[in-house]
Design a protein around this ligand. Structure first.
Ligand code: TXA
Ligand code: MG
Length: 339
């Protein structure tokens, strides 16, 4: 049997925690460490070490064509990862970093092919958790870090989720409690004109557009369904992703609820201000999330609970198709099938 992965508790705002020394040593030796960010837990490796990066893909079971986000402790290290730091990058970095915004830019020679899936661009971001930045500073190199789950599974918002998915496959887990934001960063492509969102997230198109003073193309939830046959601009935009193990079906607001198995075999996830009044009652598990920020924070935890409840089916009552719900809807569309 493989060795169980140790978990070290750490305060999110203590950059001097002893566990960071151990974590930095592992990373410098080419190992894998799961660490907290404000969005989800990341599975980190030294981004400049191709063998270390290769371990991420095998621990996750991730296709090697899907590029990894590179995390840095500030804009300075991020600039060294890219070959052209544009004015737009400077403006957005000043405004939104540290924070849940990944900027896709032309990559520099510091970043190996494996990180970017052979692309000539790289996604960079600075996480908004002091221990994450302190870890990167101690390593002194950028960290490649996808979400710390098995490929296509539900992203981890707690160290327990990481452990359930990757125990024995990685070297260390840093546990700083549940993450504050709960959904992955917004991914913005700055190599296209106008800039366009590749993955909706906590920072919305409107805020980006106001800050840049120019149009930012949104990614409407429907486009990925319409474009399933086109090669994805970002391979992480594959349709099935973020999915629970249990069959999950979605019902849009105003649509009738289809015939279902008996109530005690269903978990209901009702999301959005109007959803609470609908759906079957007396079910095995029911979770109501009316507010977009709270829904983002606890969505993955709720999906993990639904999986653990033993329900045969998860019924997802969808939130409305409005900008505030874009990121939550995007993840739910990928986690569910139409009713
Ligand atoms: O919040 C987050 O972004 C988390 C935490 C750990 O930072 N990370 C995360 O990584 O969600 P991952 O690997 O699960 O998702 C990365 C997404 C994928 O959709 C990937 O295709 C896209 O970012 N991406 C990364 N580099 C890219 C590039 N050069 N061009 C286009 N898309 C890119
Ligand atoms: Mg992921």
């Amino acid at each position: 049997m493989t060795r169980a992965t140790p978990i070290r508790s750490i305060a999110p705002d203590n950059p001097d925690a002893p566990a960071l020394i151990e974590a930095a040593e592992i990373l410098l030796a080419g190992g894998l460490v799961a660490f907290p960010t404000e969005t989800v837990y990341g599975l980190g490796a030294d981004a400049t070490n191709p063998e270390a990066v290769a371990r991420i893909f095998s621990a996750k079971g991730r296709p090697s064509t899907n590029p990894l986000i590179v995390h840095t402790d500030g804009p300075e290290l991020a600039r060294r990862c890219v070959s052209h730091w544009s004015e737009a990058a400077e403006t957005l970095a000043r405004h939104f970093w540290p924070g849940p915004l990944t900027l896709v830019l032309p990559r520099s020679a510091l970043i190996p092919d494996l990180v970017t899936g052979g692309r000539d661009t790289v996604g960079v971001r600075v996480p908004d958790v002091p221990v994450a930045r302190s870890l990167i500073s101690r390593v002194g190199r950028p960290l490649a870090a996808p979400s710390a789950n098995r490929s296509t599974g539900i992203s981890p918002t707690r160290a327990e989720h990481v452990s359930q998915a990757l125990n024995g496959r990685i070297d260390l887990i840093l546990d700083a409690g549940p993450t504050a934001v709960g959904l992955e960063s917004t991914v913005l492509d700055l190599t296209s004109d106008p800039p366009r969102i590749l993955r909706p997230g906590p920072i919305q198109a409107e805020a980006l557009s106001l800050t840049l003073g120019r149009t930012v193309l949104e990614r409407h939830a429907l486009t990925f369904e319409h474009n399933l046959d086109e090669p994805a601009a970002s391979p992480g935009l594959m349709a099935i992703h973020y999915a629970p193990r249990t069959l999950a079906i979605r019902v849009e607001p105003g649509e009738p609820i289809p015939p279902l198995p008996s109530a005690d075999r269903i978990a209901v996830l009702s999301i959005g201000p109007a959803a609470e009044a609908f759906g079957p009652f007396g079910v095995r598990l029911r979770i109501d999330l009316a507010d977009p920020k709270r829904a983002a924070r606890v969505l993955y935890d709720a999906l993990h609970h639904c999986d653990a409840s033993g329900a045969e089916l998860i019924l997802v009552l969808m939130p409305p198709d409005l900008p505030d719900w874009a990121a939550v809807r995007d993840r739910l569309l990928r986690a569910t099938q139409p009713a």
